[in-house]
Design a protein around this ligand. Sequence first.
Ligand code: ASP
Ligand code: MG
Length: 452
Amino acid sequence: MQVWKFGGTSVGKPERMHSIRQLLVDDSSRKIVVLSALSGSTNALIAIGEAAKANETDSAFEQLEALRKHYDAFLEELYTTEAGLEKGKKVVESEFGYIRSLIGIRPFAPKHEKELVAEGELLSTKMFQAYLSEQGDSSVLFPALEFMRIDADGEPEMLEIETRLTAMLEQHADKKIIVTQGFICRNPREEVDNLKRGGSDYTASLIGGAIRAEEIQIWTDIDGMHNNDPRIVKRTFPIRELTFEEAAELAYFGAKILHPSTITPAKLRHVPVRLKNTMQPEAPGTLIANQSSDREIKAIAAKDNITAIYIHSTRMLNAYGFLRRVFEIFEKYKTPVDMITTSEVSVSVTIDNDTNLEAITAELREFADLEEHDRDQNIICIVGNFSADKEGIAMKVLDAMKNIPIRMISYGASEHNLSLLIHSKYKAEALNVLNERLFFYEDAMKDIFTAP
Ligand code: ASP
Ligand code: MG
């Protein structure tokens, strides 16, 4: 079995839903199809929730009516028969009726807000499955709220998900296309909850892991993960193959195409993840798996809004316990540290969440000297397969960066990552020079040496 996930833009127009159906029926394998809400719907529902919370009931209803118009028009183009359209109308009528009843609840609690945003995925999947049955396709809807569970810490209950899903699949063994909602789940209080913004990718990976799928496909509207940021760098290209580790680094370092947690469940169960483009289904996309045969340097990514903190031990050399005390403070303020460099007496760290910066630096000053921290920094991350016996990688990177001031360098933490900290004013230049040196230099050299 395969798991195919389609994001908001891939289901955002009736004609896109038509093409998705075509993709599904053209492929003979049995599938679980995970859908996001129609593009824009989650944001619209959140805004309606905000209005309800602020007691701006009129505004909430106005926004609801605007959203309703969008769905009404969508239905007209989605279905091809009267009977199909009637069914679609019933779905929209009933879900919007429920939203309307939620808006009136006072006090409007977080659990109501979550029920409200869940409507985006409930609408898209119910409308889509009604369309599949209108077209006579063998399909069934699996309500995610019946199998997708999180624990009190918001972590997925893997065993529970597996048991429930396996039973449901057995019960519907005759169905070829199984449609379900991304993003939404139930928490231990039996309330509707979610896997956080962009969480539909995560749903797909959790399902794929739970049923040990043959493959998970994440369908978006670009042709896979690119080797560099196409908004900043001209000559980028899709990466054919990545390992789970490389993909996780890239997702974390800002490659927007994939939610960073997505990889974990798939990786645990060795289920390959393929990124595909709905606009260009024949393109190979990016395959993420245990191993990759591709080139050693795979990609470059940048993470914005980084703050660097420079800490010097006030005690003499060889003071043990210093790092522990430093990191305890970051732990206390639940602030993840991204990058670290150390010398005998100093340690520099970077954070991307500076909410508690003042408190953190105040506590650090109790036992350390701090230099003025630097805001507006950027981590440039070079990802690939840099096993210890590969020589020349750092040289190539530093050579490309020779005209750009570097604040920190981190290499060797894993075999997949070399990170540099620079001021964000150099970000575009750094991404471009690295792109040329790391991906096009050898080609340029080859041309020079093989030229007649
Ligand atoms: N609809 C949700 C969101 O917009 C989940 C998703 O699309 O992945 O965040
Ligand atoms: Mg997404």
